[in-house]
Design a protein around this ligand. Sequence first.
Ligand code: N01
Length: 491
Amino acid sequence: MKRTPTIAIIGGAMSGLCMAAKLKAAGITTFTIYEQGSQLGGTWRDNTYPGLTCDVPSRFYQFRFAPNPDWSRWFSGGAEIWRYFDGIADRLGLREHVELNSEVVDARFEGQRWTVAFADGREIEVDFLISACGLLRVPRYPDIPGLDSFDGAAFHSARWDHEVPVAGRRVGLIGTGSTGAQIVGALGGVAGDLKMFQRTAQWVFPMYNPRFSRLTRALHRRFPKLDTLAYDACRATIDWVAMALVAPGRRRDAIQAICRRHLRKKVADPDLRVALTPGYEPMCKRIVISSDFYPAIQRDDVHLITDGIERVEPRGVRTADGTLHELDVLVLATGFDAHAYFQPMTLTGRDGLTLREAWADGPRGYMTVALPGFPNFFMLMGPHSPVGNYSLTEIAETQAGYVVQWIELWRDGRYGAAEPRQDATDRFNARLREAIPGTVWASGCNSWYLDEDGIPELWAWAPKRHRQELSAPRLHDFELEPVAVPAVAPG
Ligand code: N01
């Protein structure tokens, strides 16, 4: 007789849905996804800015177990991706397991179970707690004097205000990351006058983004195996390319050469080219992938402003050269706090250990998925996940598959509570830190990858190694506590 676990998944976006789908595929149905929003979809629900496109190929930015034959392009737009993930809930029968408008604010581990508290005062008890809260979830607002004094409309790119017209108006955009570049590509020629305020230039890799023909889509519908083949081919290619991120060599040189050539060939004005040339190695910051950005930034009605921002005033942005750039709309494409993880939720593990205490020196975990002192708790997209330019769906599948294996062991009565050993966690983090100097992210630039110590919070090896390391639980890396109390089936 297998035991029946109760499982709370926090977050109804890509990784929460992936976790739920993997549990269901394993025959486990006693799980609930708690989603704080009123809709599923996370980042693809919240980000609706013009030009939003995923820069991972669609055939690889999907679940391998739930292919979509109908992708319209090689690289899909945000709304299409949101529809895919929202549709997964119906397609795989997960929607009945979803509780919307359910914000988890606190979770405590006691007696081999988690007590989970919600913002509305409810409490539940579960055997497993799984965080799937997403990575780039908490918008980062810039600390610019006078921001609140602006008379026009101002909003973060992840909170786009569609009530505010931009066509024909004077729009200012702060930020030159993937988001800023995509917005410039989409608003160039739409806004009356668009000013991009650049603090740091970005390397831009070209994006080849044709539509899939009707024939291709029909073939993928008729032969679903084609999608699996395409997924595997994309993964093999991106695995190969990703080696450029973690080790110097010819691959890195080749990608860097493509970025330099892209800039040289596509930007005609030598002064603009200089202004757009970063002073660090390509890929040190997460590379921008776009073929729209360079054409757009060269339009007469689009301007690159490289003078530093001094302050925001009621009428616009004042730069260090004394110029007031008058604006109607100010867009803050200033990124996210990538180190917030599941905060502000509070978490208390064994013996009253709080997450704040455990992470006093920064977020550290065991193999991206678990935390010493926090038994029967697992993370998707936890610290040091391989989130560089890789497909987060693939990472979620790997992590969710690993978590299911732990839950299966629990069902078999092999333990009542399991947590990674501190020494195993320390060994993992020490190996990571040894490997990090060889990565391009540590080659000398500032980026959202870096933690407070300036160390990239990323997987420092090939993505393939993440799959291998998480292919099966290593029991000797964990403290296993025997079953104390027989689990009670829900209902
Ligand atoms: O954010 P970013 P993003 N004054 O952190 C600037 C994913 N994504 O939203 O470089 C002036 O990259 C900051 O300047 P600097 C993807 O993983 C994916 O663009 O710090 N400028 C920088 O230019 C991506 O990497 C897709 O000097 C200020 C920008 O704001 C991640 O999201 C699409 C400033 C922030 O860039 C984040 O991208 C879009 C200030 N005070 C995004 N503060 C896909 O296609 C910040 N900046 C999957």
